[in-house]
Design a protein around this ligand. Structure first.
Ligand SMILES: [Zn+2]
Length: 533
């Protein structure tokens, strides 16, 4: 053994002396056939891990944690990665539930793999039941399906570790969670604090109802999330109302002003607000009141113009009511732009992996849920791939994701995987129904196969990463420069959702999935699959 090692080292040394221009990567050049073999093996590897993927999905579903409160989810997921040899940095960007897990295996590309983990307020729902049946009335639940994303990534990462060791493929894997995605309040902070500086590319995943990837400007918007707080003077509302200056009047007038403004907004812009403080009781003139807006548009400049208009209207409302106004940025998301080279590479793998095969029970559940929410789509689960998403010719308004900020920092794509039912309204209890059933489990396994095979492509074909970076620099960033919407001084609003979780966690704890006693969460909850009306 030792002699052999010595010999091969000598050969390598001689080789390097005579061919100094040849890099290590060039030496490791792998044939197309070998790459295909590795891919076939990793697809099998992911399939063999289906049980683990299912447990992770069910477990995170049962934690039902809102943004910035993902304590159980983060502790559980990092423990799996830590056991597998990843080194974990916890509390990144001053966010207690945020983390970055890294595993290095020699020289090679550094590839980030991410997904979101938080859930939706008031979306508690029994899985596998095709009508509204909250597990805990009023509690949060996975009515977006973020419980499936990190399990896709972790499954892919663990399978990749095996293949990288076995085939001596050099590179580093960086697994990270989108904390508080529903508040778009972590990824711009990660970027600001330099966590993506030394990373070559990012594969992000998001739950969907098909298996697809897109490039260019994505559908939807970016946004800035701002809370305005007005300060007035309290008084007895009946005894001496003339001595009071109502902060709530100011917040209401701001809303009136913004609603007049709305008539003159381009239809691609969207905005919505809630009152976060509207006083305590009617007989006290509210000395404090707060209103929280999301200002959305398809360009950075458009978003910042709306923000500026919002600030002016807030000042006007303060002037009218003789109150003072301050504001806080609570979240930001750049409009997303995805990398063409990564997307096209990934799309070939999507075609190879294909959609899961759904059982009759899966389809029955999907069709019943679609009917229950009066969906226009009553055809059940997707049975044909939707194909690669091309850049929007005419931009389409819609939701946002703070992956936008990362997509403007390094070459990035979002893989959408088929763990949910098509045609539902989103951010709703109905979107939670499939999320701890075989639909979610199979969709995630398909997603993990695509992530794993795409990473293999980038580990074995250095020219791919080069062209992905070229697209990022010379096409995507040609006319657009990323400017953060947050400043050095804006802290992440980690206090958000603390009160709601404190209220519901004791009840939710009783429902945590115990994988040591039950095969699936459906079994633990004693749900017949599917349960139809
Ligand atoms: Zn989401």
């Amino acid at each position: 053994m030792i002699m052999q090692k010595l010999k091969s080292t000598t050969v390598k040394l001689v080789f390097l002396l005579f061919f100094p221009a040849l890099t290590l990567q060039a030496q490791k050049k792998i044939s197309k056939r070998q790459i295909n073999e590795i891919k076939m093996e990793i697809i099998q590897e992911v399939e063999d891990r289906h049980k683990n993927t299912q447990v992770m999905i069910d477990k995170v579903f049962s934690f039902a944690e809102l943004g910035f409160q993902e304590y159980e989810s983060s502790a559980y997921l990092t423990s799996i990665l830590e056991t597998a040899g990843f080194s974990i940095e916890r509390g990144i960007s001053g966010i207690p539930t945020a983390w970055m897990a890294r595993w290095d295996h020699g020289e090679g590309p550094v590839i980030a793999l991410g997904s979101d983990v938080d859930c939706i307020p008031k979306a508690s729902q029994y899985p596998g039941v095709a009508y509204h049946k909250p597990m805990v009335e009023g509690a949060p639940g996975h009515g977006e399906g973020h419980n499936s994303g990190i399990p896709v990534i972790v499954t892919a990462a663990l399978a990749l570790q095996e293949q990288m060791k076995k085939n001596d493929l050099g590179g580093s894997l960086v697994v990270w969670p989108g904390i508080a995605e529903e508040l778009v309040a972590s990824k711009a902070w990660y970027v600001r604090d330099g966590y993506f500086e030394k990373i070559d590319m990012c594969i992000f995943t998001h739950v969907s109802s098909n298996l697809s990837v897109s490039y260019g400007q994505a559908r939807g918007t970016g946004l800035i999330s701002v809370e305005y707080t007005f300060d007035g003077e309290a008084a007895h509302s009946a005894g001496s109302p003339w001595r009071g200056r109502s902060a709530l009047d100011a917040a209401e007038l701001m809303n009136v002003g913004w609603n007049y403004k709305r008539e003159h907004l381009h239809p691609l812009k969207r905005s919505h607000s809630i009152f976060t403080d509207a006083g305590d009781q009617p007989n006290v003139v509210p000395s404090k009141a707060s209103i929280w807006y999301y200002f959305r548009d398809i360009t950075y400049d458009g978003i910042m113009k709306m923000y500026n208009d919002g600030n002016n209207i807030a000042k006007g409302a303060a002037l009218m009511t003789d109150t003072k106004v301050t504001s806080k940025v609570l979240g930001t998301a750049w409009p997303r732009h995805f990398n063409k080279v990564i997307a096209e590479t990934m799309d070939l793998n999507i075609q190879k992996v294909g959609l899961p095969s759904w059982s009759d029970a899966d389809q029955q559940l999907a069709k019943a849920v679609q009917k229950e929410v009066n969906s226009k789509n009553e055809k059940g689960l997707a049975t044909a791939l939707s194909g690669i998403g091309k850049p929007q010719k005419n931009p389409v308004s819609g939701g946002s994701d703070d992956i936008g900020d990362i997509s403007w920092t390094i070459p990035t794509v979002t893989l959408r995987f088929p763990s949910n039912i098509p045609g539902l309204q989103g951010h709703h209890w109905s979107n939670a129904i499939a999320m701890a059933t075989p639909i979610a489990h199979k969709g995630a396994t398909a997603g993990a196969k695509v992530v794993a095979t795409t990473v293999i492509d980038f580990l074995t074909k250095p020219e791919l990463l080069k062209s992905a970076k070229d697209y990022f620099k010379n096409v995507q960033s040609k006319d657009t420069e990323y400017k953060p919407m947050i400043t050095e001084k804006d802290p992440p609003p980690i206090y958000l959702n603390e009160g709601i979780m404190k209220q519901y966690r004791p009840q939710l704890e009783k429902f945590y999935f115990d994988e040591t006693k039950y095969d699936t969460y459906l079994e633990q909850l004693n749900i017949q699959y599917p349960t139809l009306k």
